[in-house]
Design a protein around this ligand. Structure first.
Ligand SMILES: Cc1cc2nc3c(=O)[nH]c(=O)nc-3n(C[C@H](O)[C@H](O)[C@H](O)COP(=O)(O)O)c2cc1C
Length: 218
């Protein structure tokens, strides 16, 4: 953890701040509301506010969750990047339904998003790939994500191999087995913690391209 990260940790340590809910009307757009909450999370100083849990199901219906980083979002969806050969990607190839979850503890907030995924275009993935630092680009080539390591040195050896292979190149080639998934939301739920477990849950559902909203018991 670097110095700035330590300071951020100290500033928010153990604190919980329940912010007021905005007024919700039929005009409220959940993506705009997401933007407001995401901005609040970024301002709160918590580490990696863009980290989110991604849940997929395997062919036996076994759910599986892991953290990833949100890299882009707009009305068309929420994008994260990964290895297309990974377990999560294979599960999404077979079943494009997904659930993602943000939890910002200091704000007593969570946002659940459900929807369907599609791959981002090769251009979009390529653009993002080349915006990453060189080490992460080499790491993407070196990792056969989710597969079993054959030895404890395998990953280091693969990293060294690709470092050497690309040493003379100004630009690391884009690996086609790596890219983005775009989550197109059909359901977005905003959860605001309140005293005595009387939490607020505001839910948006998309039908015929229109969002409607309702509240749920907490
Ligand atoms: C905070 C955090 C952020 C992460 N971000 C990513 C990410 O953006 N993409 C990714 O492929 N893995 C990311 N990982 C690693 C994943 O959680 C996971 O271990 C990896 O993607 C393999 O998952 P799978 O075998 O289920 O496909 C992150 C882990 C943590 C803890």
């Amino acid at each position: 953890m670097n110095f700035i990260e330590k300071i951020k940790c100290l500033l928010t340590f153990g604190q919980g701040v329940a912010l007021p809910l905005p007024d919700i009307s039929s005009e409220t757009d959940p993506i705009t509301l997401f933007e407001q909450w995401f901005d609040d999370a970024k301002k709160s100083g918590i580490l990696l506010p863009e980290s989110m849990s991604v849940s997929t199901c395997d062919q036996n219906g076994q759910p599986r969750s892991r953290m990833v980083l949100l890299k882009e979002y707009n009305a068309d969806g929420f994008v994260f990047y990964t290895n297309y050969g990974s377990s999560k990607s294979q599960e999404l190839e077979a079943n494009n339904k997904i659930s993602i979850l943000f939890h910002w503890n200091v704000l007593q907030r969570q946002i659940r998003i459900e929807g369907e995924v599609s791959k981002t275009s090769a251009e979009q993935s390529k653009r993002y790939f080349h915006s990453r630092d060189r080490g992460s680009q080499i790491g993407a080539w070196a990792s056969k994500q989710s597969t079993k390591l054959t030895s404890s040195d395998e990953l280091k050896e693969r990293e060294a191999y690709y470092k050497k292979k690309f040493a003379g190149l100004a630009e690391i080639p884009y690996p086609e087995f790596w890219g983005g998934w775009n989550v197109k939301p059909t359901y977005i739920e905003f959860w605001q913690g309140r005293a005595s477990r009387l939490h607020d849950r505001i839910c948006f559902e998309k039908h015929d391209n229109e969002w409607t909203h309702f509240k749920r018991h907490p």
